[in-house]
Design a protein around this ligand. Structure first.
Ligand code: ATP
Length: 393
């Protein structure tokens, strides 16, 4: 099948001159072009992805406009729409095209509804994570005064290892990490490596340094999984010694389930293995108001992918009622990450503008989607955020 990317198709906005200021030295961390526009892909995903991704891009564009940050946009087909139009949920040439970008926005993927009898109807998601070594899945949970939620004053970030652990579609190079040797027995492999554990631990400590409370909690269960969780814990402790300015503690995952539910305010950055992180991050989202408030970023050594924690929510798709917050704030995280990576203060400023604008829209309470107790549509809320970015300080 020919590549879907033989022709151009980008949309540029804004201008981007040479960056200045204290972040200049961080440029060396990037092997990407530094004096040109940021190159960001737009992959809408499925179901509510088609509704929330445009609102995310709208906010990012508005923030870029305000700060003079140049972004070159690359809309790319993926998922069900790509299957229907091009014949593949991950069209040929997609990985090669993404290789040329700095990052991208990925909408939620509704792969459960893909036809089972079509070999081209694959879940693109694990392939993207693996191919680009997006080893850290960063999932914040933050409560807002005025929103219906179980807790106030929660401001934590869960950093989840993204490419090892239990998920059978990504913890092995080929084949599957889950298999059934007899009709009545299933074996699921869990993969933990020193390198993978150290990398995600370092991402968590780096993140903690950018936050006021400067604390990392490693979550595992090394009392039972002596080798697997034991190795993860050892690597977290080693990395902790490189960050003497960051407080560090360890909590068993079952204890964590109780602590998170009883007093989530005590946590700042939490680092853990893949499946523990998947479960705990959804729980954390539930504590602050639900999945519509749960953004996410999958970050690797060179590129990052904005991707909300929630799935494609087919139950509410097409109704224009999905909360765009999670997707908008995922885009915000991508800009902040790119700003740090490329030493680009305008991207950092754009991220600050988006965060402040969403906070104002939430505080005003007039343009909120039904999951937040309001009656606004997805587009209304996204429009309100973009307008606040354009107007705000
Ligand atoms: P996945 O396994 O792909 O993560 P899931 O099965 O956990 O997906 P979701 O698609 O995340 O399920 O949806 C779970 C519930 O949360 C659904 O009732 C859905 O409507 C709701 N939900 C998810 N995202 C949003 C959103 N952005 N706004 C409002 N409700 C949402």
């Amino acid at each position: 099948m020919p590549s879907a990317y033989s022709a151009g198709g980008s949309h540029a906005s804004g201008t981007r001159g040479p960056a200045t200021g204290v972040l200049e030295s961080a440029r060396n961390f990037s092997n990407l072009s530094v004096n040109s526009a940021l190159r960001i892909g737009i992959l809408p995903g499925d179901d509510i992805g088609l509704e929330v991704v445009p609102e995310c891009v709208k906010a990012m564009r508005a923030a870029a406009q305000r700060t003079g940050l140049a972004i070159e946009w690359f809309p790319m087909p993926i998922g069900r729409q790509a299957l229907d139009t091009i014949g593949h949920t991950l069209p040929p040439g997609t990985l090669e095209k993404l290789d040329t970008l700095d990052g991208w926005v990925l909408g939620p993927i509704g792969h459960q509804a893909y036809p089972r009898d079509n070999a081209n109807a694959i879940n693109p998601h694990p392939i993207l994570r693996k191919h680009f070594d997006l080893f850290a899945n960063i999932r914040p949970a933050k409560s807002y005064p005025g929103l219906p939620a179980l807790y106030r004053d929660v401001d934590l970030v869960l950093v989840r290892e993204n490419n090892e652990g239990f998920p059978p579609d990504r913890n092995v190079y080929a084949g599957s990490g889950e298999f059934r040797p007899t009709p009545d027995m299933t074996i699921s492999l869990r993969v933990i490596t020193r390198q993978g554990s150290a990398k995600v631990a370092r991402a968590a400590f780096d993140l903690a340094r950018t936050r006021p409370r400067k604390k990392v909690t490693a979550v595992h269960k090394n009392t039972v999984f002596k080798l697997g969780c034991g190795m993860f814990a050892e690597e977290c402790r080693k990395v902790a010694r490189e960050f003497p300015d960051i407080a560090f503690d360890e909590v068993m995952v079952d204890t964590m389930a109780a602590k998170l539910v009883m007093k989530p305010q005590q946590f700042d950055v939490i680092v853990t293995t893949n499946t523990f992180g998947d479960i705990l991050s959804d729980a954390a989202a539930g504590l602050v108001g639900g999945l519509g408030l749960a953004p996410g970023l999958s970050a690797g050594p060179v590129r990052a992918m904005a991707q909300a924690t929630h799935g494609s929510a087919p139950d509410i798709a097409g109704k224009n009622i999905a909360n765009p917050y999670a997707m908008i704030m995922s885009g915000q995280m991508l800009l902040a990450w790119l700003g740090r990576k490329h030493g680009e203060p305008r991207a950092l400023r754009a991220a600050e503008l988006i965060e402040a604008a969403t906070e104002r829209v939430i505080r005003a309470g007039r343009k909120l989607t039904p999951d937040l107790g309001g009656r606004a549509t997805t587009a209304d809320m996204g429009e309100a955020v973009a307008a606040e970015i354009a107007a705000g300080a």
